[in-house]
Design a protein around this ligand. Sequence first.
Ligand SMILES: *Cc1c(COP(=O)(O)O)cnc(C)c1O
Length: 447
Amino acid sequence: MQANKLKKSDQKDLIFELIAKEEQRQKEMIGLIPSENHSSANVRAALGSCLSSKYAEGYPKRRYYEGNQVIDEIELEAQDRLKKLFQVPHVNVQPYSGSPANSAVEFALLEEGDTMMGLSLSSGGHLTHGHPKVTFSGKYFHSVQYGLDENARIDYEQVRQLALKHKPKLIVAGTTAYPFILDFAKFAEIADEVGAYLLADISHITGLVVAGEHPSPIPYAHVVMSTTHKTFRGPRGAMIMVTERGLKKDADLADKIDKAVFPALQGGPHNETTAAIAIAALEALQPEFKEYGKQIRKNTDTLANALKIGGLKLVGDGSENHLILIDLTPFGEGFGTQVAFAMDVAGIYANRNTIPNEPCSPFYPSGIRIGTPLVTTRGMKEKEMKKIAQWIVQVVDRIKDEQLPADKEQRRTFLKDFKKRIIKDEALLKIRAEVKEMAQNFPLFTW
Ligand SMILES: *Cc1c(COP(=O)(O)O)cnc(C)c1O
């Protein structure tokens, strides 16, 4: 009775109407943002559970609040499942998200002013890997950034030379907009040469690593960080793992990481997230998850090939993981914003992105970043990928004359006017109707 009553009044709340509206948007559109995923009903049930009412500062059996008997069991179970899944001796599931997790690793391993190395943002690295000035990592540490070679691959020789010159205490191997396999063995060799810790940030590719579709960093890195909401398909959150190799280098490593997460940077853990991570870990231990990873790879290759057949240029000419960078420079510099917006009008959402050696600017980048984790979770396969590629090609063709003005002052007004016009474009709205018809046949989560 009480529950019923609550439900009725809840439904009148505008926020619940908006949640329903967002769900409808997700169902009717095709999501190609490579860092997003849909999670299972079980993961979402845990997130909406009573666990969020409990304070549990500390770690299992070492809490600062009473009443954590059950929370302890949940957190220990989450740790056990992840240890089994990744074959690691230690894991911390408390980081609120990927960025705080990286800050915790940096805080644990470095003193202010120490040197760290990471892939630059414009080459596909993450802000938290030492992006200068505006980030915690770039401001409090001496950050040295490495980049790509002429084939858009990580320039391992440059990594080595920079490491020898700057003697970093920490090297980060991880990417957020990089379509190729990472050579963790090479990174480990360089880190060992200069005595640095190696952090593998596999946030984007965890699902592929679990499925055996990307080499694992576990034998090579000292610390492995991952978000839990990307290809791993769990709740928004993160985990930090310490490997055997890490404990061999530094027996206190696990303790340092735990203390950096709590009490250095965080307070009470989000127990509902911990439970949802445990559920996602069990899902990832199932054979179906391997199938999911395999299908991501098949879908990405099919999508990449179909885009190329449609005349689009891809950074590095293809993909070895779940994501693709479309290089739009043949259509004009800084064309990414227009294409991302027009795709959204046509029912396909992605994000604009810089390309290696970006000729325009980070504000008006020349690329589009797309990926297949979302559509693969919905059960779409090769046939649908070919259709999606055709739609993207049609969108680009439709707006190919909508070039950014050379004059920088005029760009803002041009984009404002472009958005106003294109939102009513009949050709794009026709594609949107076709997208909707197809997308509706695929529930958000089918695995
Ligand atoms: C997404 C991502 C992060 C940050 O995760 P948030 O949960 O958004 O803070 C860190 N590193 C990499 C490589 C990522 O892709």
